[in-house]
Design a protein around this ligand. Structure first.
Ligand code: MN
Ligand code: MN
Length: 359
């Protein structure tokens, strides 16, 4: 059985045989794998490693940084800066892209990452992850911030690691999405989930329901119909899930289907959505599409969004294809005034109450 096991480096070398810089891309992804193993070692030590807790600092998004956010960021930079494979890197935790020190050769790729996704879950021992995206560098010399602003369809590779009961990596180089499990005894990722396929249909949806009053009508309509279950328009029951960690949500959807929604809302007029386009939405959209699913803002395919800022946020609706297409249809119908006026059951109740107690 042992000789039948495919390590992640063997898999990447085989998938990326041939064309010019493909061997370099394989080598870069192996460097990312090395960083992931180091981050897995830190997260698995938990409180014993002394890595938990928050720092006094906050990142460019104004969010409190956890000690592990910063450590994971440093590990990725150290693992990938030296090898002559990247021209520069951009991270959720850094306001400006990272410029390589002068002694290192500039390589053909840009690496973008969310070093520790779901880090608010770290202190409660719920799965966290690392998300990464690879673009081809353009021009020579050090890349400028604008060089990172490229639509997701230009990604040459993307993926994530999940630090759960087992550590896994799921990645795509544009030839399907594939899952690998870390064998800690031999220190290597082994191909365990080749050619992941997201089931077209699902009975699970995930959304932060506390924001319901801020959602747009098409999303309120969709969620109300799911909640109405077998007694409503959908004619069948749904279950809800919410882990508040993008990596854990996407991983569940890749394993057994479902749909994840972080829609546009009117809670904060400065933000079109919650998730970052370059470090979260784009890489996850590539992995999901390569597994037969769909990823949309509700009004546009995520991978087609033209970025305007490094830390830009977008609405994200992703997962089982038929559900994402339905959500896009609800947005279209709403925008063109074609849908029957949708009133959330929440507001129906309120207007009833507003009439006062009936005699
Ligand atoms: Mn994140
Ligand atoms: Mn993060």
């Amino acid at each position: 059985m042992l000789q039948g096991r495919t390590t992640i480096s063997k898999f990447l070398i085989e998938q990326l045989r041939g064309a010019d810089d493909q061997a370099d891309l394989a080598a870069l992804l192996v460097d990312v794998t090395a960083a992931v193993k180091a981050i897995a070692a830190m997260t698995s030590k938990g409180a014993l490693g002394g890595y938990l807790g928050a720092l006094a600092s906050s990142n460019v998004q104004g969010e409190t940084q956890k000690r592990l956010d910063v450590l994971a960021n440093d590990v990725l930079i150290q693992s990938c800066a030296w090898s002559g494979l990247v021209a520069g890197m951009a991270s959720e935790e850094l306001e400006q892209p990272y410029t390589l020190p002068p002694q290192f050769e500039r390589g053909p790729f840009l690496l973008l990452f969310d070093p520790l996704d779901g880090s608010s879950n770290i202190d409660v021992n719920v799965a966290v992850g690392t998300i990464f995206s690879v673009l081809r560098a353009r021009g020579i010399g050090d890349p400028q911030p604008a060089d990172y602003l490229r639509p997701g369809f230009e990604q040459v590779a993307a993926g994530y690691a999940i630090y759960g009961p087992s550590t896994m990596m799921v990645l795509s180089v544009g030839k399907g999405s594939h899952g690998f499990t870390l064998d800690r005894e031999i220190g290597n990722f082994i191909l365990t989930h080749p050619d992941l396929r997201i089931p077209e249909e699902t009975g699970e949806f995930a959304i932060n329901a506390s924001n319901e009053r801020f959602w747009e009508p098409p999303v309120q309509r969709y969620v109300a119909e799911c909640k109405a279950g077998s007694t409503g328009d959908r004619g069948r029951d749904f279950n809800t899930r919410w882990i508040a960690s993008l990596v854990a949500e996407v991983h569940r959807i890749l394993m057994r289907g479902g749909v994840f929604l972080y829609p546009r809302d009117c809670k904060d007029a400065q933000r079109a959505g919650r998730l970052r386009l370059l470090y979260e939405a784009n890489p996850m959209a590539m992995v999901v599409e390569q597994a037969g699913g769909a990823a949309s803002t509700g009004r546009q395919r995520i991978l087609d969004v033209e970025p305007t800022q490094l830390h830009q946020r977008v609405p994200v609706l992703l997962g089982s294809r038929s559900e994402v297409l339905r959500l896009e249809r609800y947005h279209q119908e709403y925008d063109s005034g074609l849908d029957k006026p949708f009133v959330s059951p929440l507001f129906k109740d309120r207007s009833l109450f507003a009439e006062g107690p009936r005699a």
